[in-house]
Every structure is written in structure tokens, then in C-alpha cells.
Write a protein that binds this ligand. Structure first.
Ligand SMILES: [Cu+2]
Length: 442
């Protein structure tokens, strides 16, 4: 029986070891860092990133990389996500401190602290980075929202070559001293940490100096009996040593505090408060096209969203729909604009948008059936929207004039999902056009 048990145990341990080893040896490298794991509803209804430029994508250590672009803070911001009017911070999403951030501006205002953004407004941002660690890194603009977490924008792979040892990060302090931030204060940080580790180890060593360490009370009672055991478990010497430790630690803390106050006589506390990002009229803010979503359906088997839109063109020029952006994925009508995949993770469907109306004339209100169909819905896991407790979507619609000027409008509405194959969409393209009249949509 015992033999059987041992053989079983050996087999189980062998299997466990094999699992661990195969995990170590055969895990494929992972390049992205979970940006599409976030709820589709949050990605589609919070920050609409567009015009993102991350360049250059080939740099050496110490070179500057600029991340710039625009975003609209969604009017369809979900109720369950903390609001951007409270505390947000524009940052970048990279794997670890592979860059340092030199400067960030939102609508021209420098952002060294948190800020607040208004729902429904457009913002322009620029982040200047300095390359620090060689490697290939996926660089995202990222907005941290207090109590909601990070909301990442579209990324590019940036390759840094060179040697980390050549990285320069010097700063001149307000008192005129120039310091190397890479190493500033590291020696005292290490010494103080090691000092406290040593104090801790001494404390543990003192109490573990007698054997046996385990079940000491039990052994003491067995040896000395119940009455005598107390005197042997904690002696007068133990009490004196403990008091010495307490006094020593208090004295050491005081001495280190005096030393640091003397060494760094002028200090400033970490700054709180926020810098309000100004709302300024960007070209995108003044729009002369109105859009109402009559209804929207999402067909899961064919990765396709159909929208019936009522579009009113208040501008002086005819416009047509050329792009839909949601969850930072770009769905393009190839007949209107050309877009290319910048790298293998660039979320763009270069011909994923079709509309049954080309030009919408000035002053006209027209019903437009729009189809947004591409595997990109699935690749970006935006298909998860059908499984969320709030079946709503939002995104930006880009209207273009003949000479390429654009008008951007946010659309957002409830969406009806379809899970079964064979669904007949409200509109079809290429072949038989099944247009619904506006009366039938109301
Ligand atoms: Cu990434």
C-alpha cells in the first residue's frame, strides 16, 4: 500500500515537473500587452483616438520619439466608468521604463500633473519620449482615468538600437546642481535598504539561535515541565536584547532622518492638484454635418455592423462617408480614402466600410445605410460588445468633401446583436440593394 502511494506520488511529481518545464521551454513569445483584453464597450465608448502618429519607429538610445494625435472624449461615456472630468493623466503604454517622458501637452498646455477632460470635446496631444532601453517596443498613447484604469490608444512598434550604458538622463535642479537621474540617490537607497535587511536578519537570527526552532514551547514543557518552561522560553536576557533592538531602531531612524535633512536641505513635496487642459476650437470641433442613428445591428457570424443613419449636411459642400473609427480600429471605404497597415498590429480595415449613398448634397437630409464589415471586429475583440450588459456602441464617422476636407461626428446608439447565421441585414451591398425608406425606419 505504501509502495503504491510512493509510486503514485513520484508519477504525480514527474508530471508536475514536466508541466512546469514545458511551460518554461515552449511558451511562444508574446508581443502585445493585453490592450484588446479590455471590455469592448469601454474601448468603444470612452476615448476615440484618431490621427495617431508615432515617429520615428527606428531610433538609437537617447533619440527622441514623438507620439502625437487627437482624440474625442466620448459623449456616450458609460455610466459604470469613472468620469474624465475628475482626474485623468496622459501617459504612454510601453513594457516598463523603456523610454523616459520628457514632455506632454494637451491642446498646447504642458501636463506634468493630472488633468480633467470634458466629455464631447476634441483634444490634440503631443508626448515627447527619449529612447532608453534597446529592443522593440509597442508604444501606445494611454490615458489613465482615476478609478477606471488605463484607456490605451493605437500603438506602433518602435525599435531602439544601441547600448543602454550610453543613455544620458541629466537634470539641472532649481539650486543649480546637475544630477544624473539614472543613478541619483541610488547609493543611499541601497545602503539604507541593506541596513534594514541586516537589522531584520539579526532579529530573526537572535530568536532562532537555539534549536529546535519548531515547536519550541512543546519541547520546553517536555523538558522543564509546565511551571519551569516559562522561564526558559523568554529570559531576562531576551527582554534586554529586545529593548535594545527597539531603542537601536528608533535611534537609527532618527539618525538617518537627520542625515537626509542635512544632505537634502531643500526639498519639495510631490505636487498634487491638476492642470486643466484648455478646450480650444480645433477644426474638428466645428462640424456642419448632423447624424442620427435610426438603428444599428451587429451580426456576429459575419463580423458586420449595419447602421441606418439620418445624415443632414449643413455645410456648403457635398460630403461622403469615408471612415468609421471605434475602439481605435479604423474601418475605411477604399473608394473614398486610402489607408495602409503601418505594421502587423495596426488595426485598420482598408476596405471595411460601404455606404449606399455616395454624396450628400448641401442642405440635404438623407438616409444612409452603412455597412462596417471586416474580420478586424474579431481581431480587436470588439465582437465582445454583443456579450456585454449594455448593448451600446459609439464611434467617430468621418465625412469627406471632394477636396479631402473632413467633418467628424460621433455616433452612438443601442445595437441589436444577431448570433445566428443566415441573418438578413437591413441593407446589402454589391448586387441587390435592399433599401428601406425612412418611413419604415421610424
Ligand atoms: Cu501594445
Amino acid at each position: 500500500m505504501v509502495k503504491f502511494g510512493n509510486a503514485w506520488l513520484r508519477r504525480a511529481m514527474g508530471l508536475a515537473l514536466a508541466c512546469v518545464m514545458s511551460g518554461i521551454l515552449f511558451v511562444p513569445p508574446v508581443f502585445a500587452h493585453g490592450e484588446i483584453a479590455q471590455m469592448a464597450g469601454i474601448r468603444m465608448r470612452t476615448i476615440h483616438w484618431f490621427d495617431t502618429q508615432i515617429e520615428p519607429t527606428q531610433v538609437k538610445v537617447n533619440d527622441i520619439v514623438t507620439v502625437r494625435g487627437k482624440f474625442k472624449v466620448s459623449e456616450n461615456w458609460p455610466d459604470y466608468v469613472a468620469k474624465p472630468e475628475q482626474w485623468v493623466f496622459l501617459n504612454i503604454g510601453v513594457p516598463g521604463p523603456t523610454f523616459i517622458r520628457l514632455d506632454t501637452t494637451i491642446n498646447g498646455m504642458h501636463q506634468y500633473q493630472s488633468t480633467a477632460l470634458k466629455r464631447g470635446e476634441f483634444y490634440e496631444y503631443e508626448i515627447k519620449l527619449k529612447a532608453r532601453v534597446p529592443g522593440t517596443w509597442h508604444v501606445h498613447p494611454l490615458l489613465n482615468v482615476w478609478q477606471a484604469g488605463p484607456l490605451a490608444g493605437p500603438a506602433r512598434f518602435v525599435q531602439i538600437t544601441g547600448d543602454k550604458k550610453d543613455f544620458v538622463n541629466t537634470v539641472t535642479l532649481l539650486d543649480g546642481e546637475t544630477v544624473d537621474v539614472e543613478h541619483y540617490g541610488l547609493a543611499s537607497m541601497w545602503s539604507i535598504h541593506l541596513l534594514w535587511v541586516a537589522v531584520g536578519l539579526l532579529w530573526v537570527a537572535y530568536w532562532f539561535r537555539h534549536l529546535p526552532v519548531m515547536m519550541r514551547r512543546y519541547v520546553a514543557i517536555k523538558m522543564y515541565g509546565e511551571q519551569e518552561a516559562e522561564r526558559h522560553l523568554i529570559t531576562i536576557k531576551d527582554m534586554v536584547v529586545s529593548a535594545g533592538f527597539v531603542l537601536g531602531i528608533l535611534g537609527l531612524t532618527l539618525a538617518l532622518m537627520m542625515w537626509s535633512l542635512n544632505r537634502y536641505s531643500i526639498t519639495m513635496p510631490l505636487q498634487t492638484g491638476k492642470i486643466e487642459a484648455p478646450v480650444i476650437p480645433l477644426p474638428e470641433s466645428q462640424q456642419q454635418v448632423d447624424v442620427k442613428v435610426q438603428h444599428a445591428k451587429f451580426d456576429l457570424p459575419s463580423r458586420r455592423m449595419d447602421m441606418a443613419l439620418e445624415v443632414t449636411n449643413r455645410s456648403a459642400e457635398p460630403v461622403r462617408i469615408g471612415q468609421f473609427v471605434t475602439g481605435y480600429a479604423r474601418f475605411i471605404d477604399a473608394a473614398v480614402i486610402k489607408d495602409v497597415k503601418a505594421d502587423r498590429y495596426d488595426p485598420v480595415a482598408t476596405d471595411g466600410l460601404h455606404s449606399d449613398v455616395t454624396w450628400i448634397q448641401p442642405g440635404q437630409t438623407q438616409l444612409v445605410n452603412l455597412t462596417v464589415a471586416d474580420a478586424l471586429w474579431g481581431e480587436q475583440r470588439l465582437t465582445d460588445i454583443v456579450a456585454e450588459p449594455n448593448l451600446r456602441f459609439a464611434g467617430l464617422l468621418f465625412f469627406y468633401t471632394a477636396d479631402g476636407h473632413r467633418q467628424i461626428r460621433e455616433v452612438g446608439a443601442r445595437m441589436t446583436p444577431n448570433f445566428l447565421p443566415g441573418y438578413v441585414p437591413i441593407n446589402t451591398h454589391g448586387g441587390h440593394v435592399a433599401l428601406e425608406t425612412r418611413d419604415s425606419l421610424s
